[in-house]
Structure formats: structure tokens, C-alpha cells
Design a protein around this ligand. Structure first.
Ligand code: M7G
Length: 315
């Protein structure tokens, strides 16, 4: 399950910027990891032939995109087929087949994918953990040091080796600076599901657990400059943004999520999201707040970290 650094070929591709598109047409479907009717998304394990012809794993996330207001009239007018399904009194339902240019599917590819990526998207039961500071030091920290997702993609953004043209705002200060980019989860076509992330320039802060009063200027910059940049670029005021950190994150390089308040973003639930303004207040009240209090998070049934907590009778 160890992920370690991204394979060399992947790093070179990423460093070189966008290369040839992933060969979606030659994917062999292995299994559907998760299929969410509510999110209108399928998470799929597929394989493509690697450089020596051997099958290599990929994760594909296929999502139906939200409607755009300016396209709705065209969608109703220019459909290629319309089938009446049922009619009852004043109610009726139809199958409407849109023309190809209005039936976009957002496809996100992780390739080559590790076993840990496959696990991340596999639907499983979840359990709540209440992690004390001692648990963090004795169980979680050694675990995340031994195995966590590669953060090469973060360094590529910070070093302008990838996504440089997507940067919305940058504060280059090595200690209190950050880069704001659209999150992979957002296709930028509509504001309803607006989603950006701020990645800090410094590389020594893994997560919420590392934060102390020393980081207040950095966090204030992210809050103020991030809100201002989003207002300027997208016209969305700070009062309509949900600005938060995840605990546990998937990637242990501190980052802050900015999502549209009206969007029920994955991971914005009470057991994972910590509002940035609350984090600031907590650190003002007590510089060592996050090295003292217990934090709650959910883990999927077969995650090795859950096993570690079970071994010492903490679950
Ligand atoms: P997280 O809290 O560490 O984990 O957030 P999560 O993925 O379980 O939410 C990391 C965020 O970075 C997520 O919102 C991802 O969608 C986003 N993300 C991940 N990758 C690999 C990339 C990337 O390469 N580029 C961009 N722009 N966003 C990414």
C-alpha cells in the first residue's frame, strides 16, 4: 500500500508539462470502484498497456457536469431525440438526448495509479476516530511518514512545472506565501461548483496538526488574499465562500479549500472540514491549540491507519 514518490516517468511527464493525452479509448475496464447516483459520477479502475506492453493501472473519474444557464435554451431546442416516458395529469417525464457539444463528461485520470489510489475511491464502510495528540504522535505521524500519497504534483505547481497558466493568485513569500489554483474537481465552466485550493510555499507544514501561532500571518494571507482574488476574478464575494482545511487530508502539504457556499462539496462534512477562520481564532486563543486537542475524522474500513488504531484498542 505504500505510495512513495511518483514513478520517475510520471515525474518527468509532469515536469515537462502537458504531453500527449491519456489514451482513454484503449482503457480496459477492470471494475467500477464506486458509482454515485447523487454525485452523478463513476470511479473506475481501468488498465492500459504500459511502455513494455504490460498492463498498468489507472483510475478514471467520470462526472456529468452541472448545467450552464446560457446553454439550457439550446439544450431544449437542439436535442437530437426526445422520448415521452410518462404522463399523469399536469406531470410528464421525458428522455432528452442532447447534441454532442452539450453532453460533456468531465474525466479525471490518475495514471499510473497506485493501490492506495484504488483504495481511496473504493466504496467502503467508514469509522470515526477520535485522535488525541498522543495518538497523533504515536500512531498517525509515524504512519503518514511511512506511507502517504506523493505530493510531487504540489511541488510542480509551486515550481511552475505544471498548471502555471491556471494560477489565479500568487504570494511568492517563501514563509508566508501561497499559490491559489482551481482545484481538479472544478472544470471552471460554472460558478455553482466553484472550487479552488491554496497551496502554501513552505514545505514543512503537513497538516492542521502542525499549525501554531507562528503560522498566523500565513493563514491570514491565505484568507484575505484568497477571498480578494476570487472576488476579482470570479465575482464571488467572501460571504459566499466556504474556506476550510481537511483533517485528515489526502496530501500532507498544507492547503486550504475554497468552495462555493451553495455547493455541497465532497469533504465539506463536519468530520473532515475545519473552517479557516475558526482555525485562526483557535490559534489566537492558544498558540498550541492543535497540539493539545483531540480531532475527529473518518477512516474507511480497510485503511491501514484504522488497523493501527484498532491494534492499540483506540477504536
Ligand atoms: P485533500 O484534503 O488533501 O484530499 O485535498 P482530498 O483529495 O481527499 O479532498 C487535496 C485537493 O487537491 C483535492 O480537492 C483535490 O481535488 C485537489 N487535487 C489533487 N491533485 C492531484 C491535484 C492536481 O494535480 N491539481 C490540482 N489543481 N488539484 C489537485
Amino acid at each position: 500500500m505504500a505510495d512513495g514518490p511518483a514513478p520517475k516517468r510520471r515525474r518527468e511527464e509532469a515536469a515537462a508539462g502537458p504531453g500527449a493525452p491519456f489514451p482513454l479509448g484503449s482503457v480496459r475496464l477492470r471494475r467500477v470502484l464506486r458509482d454515485s447516483a447523487r454525485e452523478k459520477a463513476a470511479f473506475v479502475h481501468g488498465q492500459v498497456p504500459g511502455p513494455a506492453g504490460q498492463p498498468e493501472d489507472a483510475v478514471l473519474i467520470l462526472e456529468r457536469t452541472p448545467f450552464r444557464e446560457e446553454e439550457i435554451e439550446e439544450l431544449l431546442r437542439a436535442h437530437s431525440k426526445l422520448e415521452l416516458q410518462t404522463r399523469n395529469d399536469i406531470y410528464s417525464t421525458y428522455r432528452l438526448y442532447p447534441p454532442p457539444e452539450l453532453s460533456e463528461i468531465k474525466a479525471t485520470v490518475v495514471y499510473p495509479a497506485t493501490e492506495k489510489h484504488l483504495q481511496k475511491y473504493l466504496h467502503q464502510e467508514v469509522h470515526l476516530i477520535r485522535e488525541t495528540w498522543e495518538d497523533y504522535k504515536n500512531i498517525t505521524l509515524p504512519f503518514i511518514q511511512s506511507q502517504s500519497f506523493s505530493i510531487q504534483w504540489v511541488y510542480n505547481i509551486l515550481e511552475k512545472k505544471a498548471e502555471a497558466d491556471r494560477i489565479i493568485h500568487e504570494n511568492p513569500d517563501p514563509c508566508n506565501g501561497f499559490v491559489l489554483v482551481p482545484d481538479f474537481k472544478w472544470n471552471q465552466n460554472q460558478l455553482e461548483d466553484l472550487y479552488l485550493i491554496a497551496l502554501i510555499q513552505r514545505r514543512d507544514v503537513k497538516s492542521l496538526r502542525d499549525l501554531t501561532a507562528e503560522h498566523l500571518p500565513l493563514l491570514r494571507n491565505i484568507l484575505q488574499e484568497g477571498k480578494e482574488a476570487i472576488r476579482k476574478r470570479f465575482g464571488v464575494p467572501g460571504s459566499q465562500l466556504r474556506i476550510y482545511l481537511h483533517y485528515q487530508p489526502s496530501y500532507y502539504h498544507l492547503h486550504v479549500h475554497f468552495t462555493a457556499l451553495g455547493y455541497d462539496a465532497p469533504g465539506s462534512c463536519a468530520e473532515r472540514a475545519h473552517l479557516l477562520e475558526d482555525v485562526l481564532d483557535n490559534l489566537l486563543l492558544d498558540a498550541g491549540y492543535y497540539q493539545k486537542r483531540a480531532l475527529t475524522f473518518a477512516l474507511r474500513a480497510d485503511e491501514p491507519l484504522l488497523k493501527k488504531f484498532q491494534e492499540v484498542g483506540r477504536v
